[in-house]
Design a protein around this ligand. Structure first.
Ligand SMILES: [Zn+2]
Length: 78
């Protein structure tokens, strides 16, 4: 499928990506999410099915598989 970004000649390729969801102050990170990614500009499309699955994983009863450190990039802070 051709990229939907105007002027981009790339094509979407099926990939497994790291996808982040921001909810309020919290950030949720999902690894190995199936997506279509443009080979040129990197535009990413998630299938409605994948979005539904991410929402199901965010329900309070599900526990993360792994806890990872989160680094907040603040320019000039170091
Ligand atoms: Zn593109």
């Amino acid at each position: 499928m051709m990229c939907s970004i105007r002027g981009c000649s790339g094509e979407y390729e099926y990939k497994r990506i790291v996808h982040t969801v921001h909810k309020g102050d919290e950030i949720f990170v999902f690894d190995h999410v199936p997506a279509e990614v443009c080979s040129v500009c990197g535009d990413t499309l998630l299938e409605p099915e994948a979005i539904g699955h991410l929402e199901a994983l965010l329900k309070p009863k599900s526990e993360p598989q792994k806890l990872i450190p989160l680094y907040n990039y603040v320019y000039g802070a170091l």
